[in-house]
Design a protein around this ligand. Sequence first.
Ligand code: PMP
Length: 285
Amino acid sequence: MQIYIDGNWFDKDEAKISVYDHGLLYGDGVFEGIRIYGGTIFRLKEHVRRLYDSAKAIMLTIPMTAVEMEALLIEAVERNNKQEGYIRLVITRGVGDLGINPATCPKASVIAIVDDIALYPAEHYEKGIKVITASTRRNSPDALDPKIKSLNYLNNVMAKMEARQAGCLEAIMLNREGKVAECTGDNIFYVRNGVLITPSGDQGALKGITRDVVIEAAEGIGMETRAVPTTLYDLYTADECFLTGTAAEMIPVTTIDGRSIGEGKPGPETSKIREAFQALIRNER
Ligand code: PMP
């Protein structure tokens, strides 16, 4: 495995960064998770755009242009000879002193890891998964906007622990107002009366790339889609529900906080959207 760090390529065991890196000391940085399908980087431009937007929002200067970043990621995939896989791209504030002040970090660090993709077992896609609502809330946009894909994931980590303790794979995270934001590493969708709905963008969710692809896929097969404020009641009483993310793709949810969703199995609209979603990926690979 060849991992890129600041202009050099390392084997996994040799790929190391400084303990003075502010990404480690303060979670000061941004990242992306990107999928490789058939040797092609899926939605490369969209991921790079989101990365640069996140960096801009935290006043982090990435020491290369977006075009150079795209070329770097393509080289990383080629060097690792990956047909199917995942890229973790991390930009940290870089090496500074022990204080918070980012001005002590002269240059951001760029790290690109190409690895295999860890998928949920196939049966979860066939039968659907159980989720709970976490007591840990999603970051509030007026503190740290979840649209920024920053290295600050501690509340998502805690929500994930709650999910695992409850025997679930994922947890729903609410925003400060108690509205549904998203899951720890996925966006959430539900279907009601044939309409595909997701929490509106201002409810405190990441602008998921897969979220956009799923909306595109659903509209492509003639479904109406909406992004509206969403409560737990809306989810509990939905006909169907599923999660979306780069790693998970589209995974059906059949139980939320002990309530069966619809008939308690993946619904027909979810299956149709999933087919359209997979066709879209096949076309782009
Ligand atoms: N929400 C959060 C908190 C995430 O970390 C992710 C991605 N890892 C998503 C949603 C899904 O975004 P995407 O479809 O771009 O992977």
